[in-house]
Design a protein around this ligand. Structure first.
Ligand code: CTP
Ligand code: MG
Length: 184
């Protein structure tokens, strides 16, 4: 696989895990998942994790996976890479990626609250990689064969390097547009 093919394939495979956070920012309001409950002195998750945001995020990720399946052949032509360079998503993978991403984000909030960080506080590295780690882990559990085929060592390397940059960039844009309170 060419370098371009590896990079495009890695981003393509991760798009259904990348987009949920952004959809959650756009649609997240209303009832918090923890219902305002606390654990010790602090909220279990906080007001930044809502039902609406979570459902919107999972829906957006799964829908995007379906769209990517439809445009895969055309996209490979546009980018000049073999169709095989761009993974297609079986239904369980199309769900596991965004569900894992939202779960990872929630686990990070749980950890942030337990370590005394208020909603919106930054937690470098955790903020950027939590959702990828859990999206990949859940997908590996749910569809192990697809996972092994799709997340080759080369693509995993690209994902690890590019994700933090991608995350900081999209959150920076959301902040600049006034959609998000902090740029992380
Ligand atoms: N959001 C949501 N539901 C989620 C994740 C995010 O509604 N499951 C929305 C919330 O409006 C949240 C915004 O997206 O404020 C930004 O997400 P994030 O940065 O993850 O939340 P924070 O507000 O920074 O809270 P935390 O410190 O818990 O990460
Ligand atoms: Mg945040």
């Amino acid at each position: 696989m060419s370098l371009l093919g590896t990079v495009l394939g890695a981003l393509w495979a991760m798009l259904p895990a990348y987009v949920p956070n952004n959809a959650a920012v756009l649609f997240g309001e209303g009832e918090p998942i923890d219902g305002g409950r606390t654990l010790g002195e602090r909220r279990i998750l906080g007001d930044g994790k809502t039902w609406r945001g979570t459902v919107a995020g999972i829906t957006a990720g799964a829908l995007l996976a379906g769209i990517l399946n439809l445009v895969r052949e055309r996209a490979s032509g546009v980018f000049g890479v073999p169709t095989a360079a761009l993974p297609s998503f079986p239904a369980p993978a199309a769900l596991a990626l965004p569900v894992g991403a939202m779960l990872g984000d929630m686990m990070a909030s749980f950890l942030k609250r337990r370590t005394g960080r208020d909603r919106g506080a930054s937690f470098p590295v955790l903020d950027q990689l939590d959702f990828v780690a859990v999206a990949l882990g859940l997908t590996a559990l749910v569809v192990p064969d697809w996972f092994d085929e799709t997340f080759t060592p080369g693509r995993l390397m690209v994902v690890t390097v590019v994700t933090p940059a991608f995350h900081l960039l999209t959150n920076g844009v959301a902040y600049a547009l006034g959609l998000k309170d902090e740029p992380w």
